[in-house]
Design a protein around this ligand. Structure first.
Ligand SMILES: [Zn+2]
Length: 786
């Protein structure tokens, strides 16, 4: 029979074997050393529990902006009024603003710091490098004035602008500033980045995805002071929450999608469009506000008039928008407990049939899933736009790239598996960013993992709820092992601009770590409560890593310092190996029983090779049996009467329970484990018994507390154990599972056989091949491809 975990584990911790003495200075080897010495000292702004303190504060910045998009020159011209409220306890004599467009300047820091390309690169890669040196990008600030119209002194340093205030801004006071600016929008497919335009040469139209487009007040907060680190391309942004009132003037035949609620529907939408929008609010599936036919007709129009789309957005940390003649637009209301959110998708016909089928559905799915683990989506709209940007998030609006492939000859559109799941996945991811970091406003310029890691974790959970066996790219423990054992890596706790292997470091590893925390270490109930608590505590506020680490412990009573230390502060990996397996039983002390056991053990030993060969050979005692005596009749294990008497008298002195222990017939297995990777983790052991039943036993990571290299564990069972596996479900990201099994398993693989190519190059032959035109060559190539 098999034992339940409780009965089997009369768990004995057996100290490490003598070979691995602990060094005298144990500081560096203590994987459980508490994090207090690394985390910032708690204060009245941020408590030791990980919650905002009673004097937590943050700035408020409200914007009123007017902009004009010139579709002929691809420029954006704007003027804005900024109301800055100083809620900090400090007096400010200047304000810092982000001019992220300055990253596009040919002499920007991020252009200058780019290292040389490798020998092999794509055409578009080299084109981008060359055009970046010629592009006239960057914010052209034409005026900065005070509310009375007086010019203000300002200094631009790279992507940052310091505006010197005419009068020091005291705690609790506010100030109004006015800006005028313009800039040249770049072609995203050529120069990259998170915004820009896409040009469609077939119909000569532009599609704009616009972000980082206006001077935005940099964050000022208790931990950082001014977050005025230069924008170098990787560390995105953190801004202040505020209310936005934005008027966007575009060609009259453009459709605009933007952060916030449209204020003047009657001015910019037709009656039909408004009716459709109304219908969409309660529809069971997406309703087309602009149909395919209407969008294709729009593509051909070239209005010389303009329309101004007026939006308002409350309590957002940024504002982005998209605009084009090419947009098909669909919408569907998502009813939550307190509100109905309009889920809306905007895409050119090039995005179909994928977009009409999946986009809006994926938006709704994301809110439904994320709401469960965080808080109810607080905004009135949630938008997914298809354009040149592969995947990027802003409050209420996301830019998502995947499209099907068009066969130009047949007009047929098909898509690959990775495009389909890539589209659903990227929409879940980007819409999910509304929660982290658009609402739980972590500092992306400092810590990429705080939004990407947490969001990728929930993305995985949401994807798994989309369809059974959804092929998530990140989240399964086994998928991170290659990265974990790679050498070219830095800890997760690394500033955004210094991260190596960006995707694996800031998305994959933290997402997988959280998944392991949820499934293996804390369990879903404790984890989900603590994670939700973190989201609730910090929504519309700005958390730091310690607030996350502390809240997860505070709400669960699980000491996770070892986990944060190992997974977030080091590059160790998990590799726990099975060592020796010992089978014990109590020594019965009965000389006859023990003699028989010793004899049997002796007989189990293999016969030495020369003994084997000499068996049956002539020996002297064959001829002279008189040489044999007492010792030939009794082997060295034989019990004596003296020993029996001594056993009898000592056995009599024992109590019954002591006597019972001597006769315990159960199997006592002591199994040795070695931590080869460095990361301490629970040891999950699966025992297979003689009757083929199995038992899974989870030993907490704390077993490694006193020796993080070698530990042994006792397992007691009635039955013989026939096989042992560590981490049988591959849930700990163990990078080498080949040392996890007893008996060992073969590593299965394939020989890939191939034929040597004959006559690969023959100039004499190739020189005289018949010359064809370029079109002929295309045909040849197609034949080859088939
Ligand atoms: Zn992301």
């Amino acid at each position: 029979m098999k034992y339940s975990i409780k009965s089997a584990l009369l768990c004995l911790f057996v100290a490490a074997s003598s070979g691995s003495a602990i060094a005298k200075n144990t500081i560096s080897t203590d994987k459980f050393r508490q994090l207090e010495e690394i985390l910032p000292t708690p204060n009245t702004y941020r408590t030791a529990s990980g919650a905002p303190g009673h004097q937590y504060w943050q700035q408020q910045v409200d914007y009123k902006i007017n902009i004009k998009l010139d579709d002929n020159k691809q420029t954006l011209t704007g003027s804005q009024k900024v109301s800055y409220t100083n809620n900090s306890p400090d007096t400010l004599s200047y304000l810092w603003f982000q001019l992220d467009q300055n990253q596009m300047k040919s002499d920007s820091d991020s252009r200058q710091m780019a290292t040389a390309p490798r020998k092999k690169m794509t055409y578009s890669g080299l084109r981008g490098i060359i055009e970046a040196t010629e592009f006239d990008g960057g914010h052209k600030v034409t005026a900065v004035t005070a509310s009375n119209g007086k010019p203000l002194h300002y200094v631009i340093n790279g992507t940052m602008m310091r505006v010197d205030l005419p009068k020091r801004l005291k705690s609790g006071d506010d100030v109004e500033l006015n800006f005028e600016w313009n800039y040249q929008i770049h072609e995203q497919k050529v120069l990259g980045g998170r915004s820009g335009y896409e040009y469609f040469k077939e119909d000569e139209n532009y599609l704009y995805e616009i972000s980082g487009w206006f001077p935005r007040a940099a964050a000022y907060y208790d931990v950082m002071g001014w977050q005025n680190k230069q924008f170098l391309g990787s560390g995105e942004f953190t801004l202040e929450f505020g209310d936005y009132d934005v008027k966007i003037t575009v060609p009259a035949d453009h459709i605009v999608a933007a952060t916030g609620e449209l204020q003047n529907e009657s001015k910019v939408l037709t009656k039909t469009q408004r009716n459709r929008l109304d219908k969409a609010k309660t529809a069971k599936k997406p309703v087309l506000i602009v149909t395919v036919e209407e969008a294709l007709a729009n593509e051909k129009s070239r209005s010389t008039k303009t329309k101004t789309w007026h939006y308002k957005a409350e309590n957002v940390r940024d504002f982005a928008f998209a605009s084009s003649r090419k947009f098909i637009w669909d919408a569907q209301g998502y009813k939550q407990s307190n509100s109905t959110v309009m889920a809306m998708s905007y895409y050119p016909n090039e995005g179909n049939p994928l977009w009409e089928k999946y986009s809006t559905e994926a938006i709704i799915h994301t809110m439904e899933q994320y709401n469960k683990y965080t808080f109810e989506y607080p905004y009135p709209v949630s938008i997914s736009v298809n354009g040149p940007v592969g995947g990027m998030e802003y409050p209420m609006i996301t830019f998502n790239g995947p499209r099907p492939t068009l066969n130009k000859k047949t007009g047929e559109k098909t898509y690959s598996r990775s495009t389909k799941y890539g589209l659903v996945g990227v929409i879940i991811h980007e819409v999910g960013h509304n929660y982290f970091p658009m609402i739980v406003n972590s500092d992306e310029r400092q810590w990429t993992w705080m939004d990407e890691g947490l969001n990728t974790f929930l993305q995985f959970v949401a994807q798994q709820a989309w369809e059974e066996g959804y092929p998530s790219r990140r989240g399964h423990a086994a998928d991170i092992t290659r990265y974990m054992k790679s050498t070219n890596q830095v800890p997760i706790m690394t500033n955004s601009e210094s991260i190596l292997q960006f995707g694996s470091n800031a998305y994959g590893k933290p997402a997988t770590a959280l998944n392991i925390l949820r499934e293996t270490i804390m369990g879903r109930e404790l984890f989900d409560f603590a994670f939700k608590e973190y989201a609730q505590r910090w929504k519309f506020k700005r958390p730091t890593p310690s607030d996350f680490f502390r809240t997860m412990e505070d709400a669960s009573a699980v000491d996770l310092d070892w986990f944060w230390r190992g997974w977030f502060y080091t590059t160790d990996h998990v590799d726990i190996a099975l060592g020796n397996i010992h089978l014990y039983r109590p020594n019965s002390q009965n000389p006859d029983t023990e003699a028989a056991w010793k004899r049997a053990l002796h007989n189990e030993k293999p016969t030495f090779i020369s003994d084997l060969r000499e068996k049956g050979q002539w020996v002297r005692t064959n001829d002279k049996p008189e040489l044999l005596d007492f010792y030939n009749e009794h082997d060295k294990f034989t019990a004596t009467n003296k020993a029996r008497n001594s056993y009898n008298s000592s056995n009599k002195k024992l109590e019954q329970w002591e006597r019972d222990l001597l006769l315990d017939k159960r199997n006592f297995y002591i199994v040795d484990f070695e931590n080869k990777g460095g990361l301490v983790m629970p040891i999950i052991v699966e025992l297979t018994y003689a009757d083929k039943t199995t038992e899974k036993i989870q030993i907490p990571a704390e077993i490694w507390r006193k020796n993080s290299k070698n530990v042994s564990k006792l397992f007691i069972s009635d039955q013989e154990v026939t096989a042992i596996a560590i981490d049988p479900n591959w849930e700990t990201a163990d990078v080498d599972v080949n040392n996890n099994y007893w008996p060992a398993r073969p590593i299965k693989s394939r020989f890939e056989l191939y034929k040597r190519k004959k006559n690969r190059k023959d100039m004499m032959r190739d020189y005289n091949v018949k010359l064809k035109s370029a079109d002929d060559k295309e045909d040849d190539k197609e034949k080859e491809d088939k």
